[in-house]
Each structure stands twice: as C-alpha cells, then as structure tokens.
Design a protein around this ligand. Structure first.
Ligand code: ZN
Length: 280
C-alpha cells in the first residue's frame, strides 16, 4: 500500500470514469462512434477542448457548468469519475502489485499481481458502467455484461492452466464457477419466471451470471446477500421518507454491483468471521 500510488490510480480511475460516462451517453442516444470521435456538450453541441476533459478538475473549476453555454452539467458525470477512482484505489488495496518500503529492495513489483490488477480494473470499469446505466435508464445493456463474461471465462481458464489464484476472490476454480452459475440460474431465473420479469429483468440475470463467473460460488453468495441487504435498507429508507411505495420499481443492478465490490473487498473478512462463529 502506498499513498502516492493510491492517488495516481484514483486519478486514472477518474479518467476511465469520465470515458465511461461518454460511452454510456452515446450508447443511450444511439450516437455513432461509441469509442471514437470528440466529446461535445449535450446542450449546445460545442466540441469539448482538452481542458474540459480533465477529470474532476474541469467539473470543479467550471462549477459543474458548460464553459460555452453555462448550462448545468448533470452531477452524475462527477459521481462516475469519483466512484471509478474509488474502485481503482480499493482494488489496489486488495491487489498490492507494487509497494515501496523502508528496507531494501525499497520497491517491489509483481507482474502476476499487476496483471491481476489490470483484470480487476477492467471488470471494475464494466461494473461502474452497469451501475450508472441501470441507475439512469433502468436497463443493463449487453455491451457491458458480455465483454465481462468473456474476460471472466478467459481469466478462469488461464488461472486454472497456470495455477494462478491471486487474489482468491477474483480467480475461482472452474468448479466454483459452475456452482456459482447453478446458484445464479436458480435464484435469478427463478425470480424472473415467478414475477414474469417484474422483479428481475433479463439484464439483472445476465449480470448475475457475470458475477458468478467472476467470483465463484462462495463470493457470489456473499455478493447476493450484500446486494439484498443494501437494496432492502435503501428501499426502507425510501418508504420511510415517502419517496417510494412497496410497488415502486427500483433498479437492482446498482445493488448487485455494490454487492460484487463488497464481496471483492470484504469477502475474505466475512468468510473468516463466518468460519470463526459459524452463524448458521
Ligand atoms: Zn454547452
């Protein structure tokens, strides 16, 4: 763990978050060149200069307004930058591929950990895109889940072949993944069929398969429990403050994403607690 590196990774994460918000916007509005072409202001259409694209800085410097037409920029742009930055820092806390110490050799760097970090950061970015897309538009497009599934399968096969399993929650065995997929099928497809798609959409189901492939069954179960816990607390708060009723539809994808991040960051601690107290 190193503060300097944590900050650098936070900022790289924020830059990726800024890119994700553009991808989300263009996908929703069917704009051509999802990954290429210059960004422009959604209000006045002015092409943005490099200065407008510096993550966090541009939002704070111009007080959340477009420099050209002075219209308010939706605050979700700054949230996606900050949250993606936070995810990149948290992942470094879990996968410390590089560190600086007081004793020789002072700096250590592990290639295995570095690739594990890149893999985790790629999945983390896809999860952030899913989080915001579902929050904004109540939908989880396949362009975010499918690449994650492909990446997850490749990592699992690769990890199994070269016996690489660091960190454990991101490199489950093929067997653990298969158990996870069975759980995803029973829990999510079950709810989808029972409710005829009202509680759980197809996008949530596909996200659940992605989580199972990424985490393996143990950490997947922790992720599901966390997601339902956070979702229930949030729902109760909304009902208590009369912002929603029992019939209101709340997108579940964001909670699944938070659950997944909880399982990655705190899953091992939760499993250790469980092993000590064997609650059930
Ligand atoms: Zn503008």
């Amino acid at each position: 763990m190193n503060i300097f590196l944590t900050l650098i990774l936070f900022y790289i994460g924020a830059a990726i978050g800024s890119f994700l918000s553009v991808v989300i916007y263009r996908h929703k509005h069917n704009k051509k060149g999802i990954f290429t072409g210059r960004s422009s202001c959604p209000h006045c259409g002015t092409a943005l200069a490099a200065l407008d694209l510096i993550p966090i800085f541009s939002f704070t410097a111009f007080k959340g307004r477009c420099r050209y037409c002075r219209k308010q920029i939706s605050p979700h742009y700054i949230f996606i930058e900050l949250l993606t930055g936070l995810v990149f820092s948290l992942l470094y806390w879990k996968i410390t591929f590089m560190s600086f110490g007081d004793i020789a050799p002072y700096m250590t760097f592990e290639w295995g950990g570095f690739f594990a970090y890149l893999y985790a950061a790629a999945l983390g970015s896809l999860l952030m895109a899913i989080f915001f897309y579902d929050l904004l538009y109540k939908e989880i497009p396949n362009i975010f889940t499918y690449p994650g599934i492909v990446l997850g399968i490749l990592a699992a096969v690769f990890g199994e072949v070269i016996a690489f399993n660091y960190p454990a929650m991101l490199f489950p065995t093929i067997k653990e993944i298969l158990y996870g997929l069975v759980i995803a099928f029973v829990v999510f497809e079950g709810q989808r069929l029972l409710s005829k798609g009202k509680w759980i959409g197809l996008g949530d189901s596909i996200l659940a398969y992605l989580m199972a492939i990424m985490l393996g069954w143990k950490f997947f179960v922790i992720a599901i429990f966390s997601a339902y816990t956070f979702g229930t607390i949030y729902g109760l708060i909304l009902i208590a403050t009369k912002k929603a009723t029992l019939k209101s539809a709340i997108p579940f994808g964001p909670f699944l994403v938070i659950g997944t991040l909880t399982a990655i960051c705190f899953g091992e601690a939760i499993l250790a607690l469980y092993a000590t107290y064997a609650l059930i």
